[in-house]
Ligand binder design. Sequence first.
Ligand SMILES: *[C@@H]1O[C@H](CO)[C@@H](O)[C@H](O)[C@H]1NC(C)=O
Length: 200
Amino acid sequence: MNNTKIQLFVFLSMMYLSVIYCSGDQSRHRLYQQSDEAIATISNQLVSQAIELVDSVVEDLLVLDSKNPIILGYLDRFDAFTAVNETKTEEKLNAFYDVVEDYLDSDTKGDPVELSSIESQLISLCLERNGFDRWKRTVQTRTTQLNRVIYRKLKRHMDTLDNEDRLAVERRWKRTLSRGGPPRLEKLRDFVQWLGKFTD
Ligand SMILES: *[C@@H]1O[C@H](CO)[C@@H](O)[C@H](O)[C@H]1NC(C)=O
């Protein structure tokens, strides 16, 4: 090849690569935006349900008019939830997880429920009576759906990446599937935020 041909070859290769990378960036950005929006929608729905639930549970517990320190302590935890502004969806949801974390089962949280005391059984009863099961079902169904949708799009996106980047994304994705630690929806949120910042 003469010089001009080499230059042309290099130029075209660079164009080709930049097209690949550009479309990779764009597809990742689109995936980030769509997932971020989906998570926000789900979180909003969960927060509205949680607010209703907490209102009724607090009413129930107040009706008991208990002087029991554990019950009173539990009411304080609800105060912490109520104090968070509901426009701050993520904080509000995390505050709810703090209140109910002892009552979440393995599908939602990764740890088994252990209700030893009479008080915790009573609180659990109050939660169930006011639709906690519905809330848990919503989290599980929506998180599972979201997980599936994100993964399907992620696989397609990973085909556009080079080996090293694909491995990085795969490794990071695996963390969302691990048991224990934060709730699954939070793990997905972390992953999506990470994906939004990830650059080639
Ligand atoms: C919640 O935050 C919004 C926006 O920052 C504010 O307008 C509203 O007054 C706040 N609500 C409460 C109850 O503090």
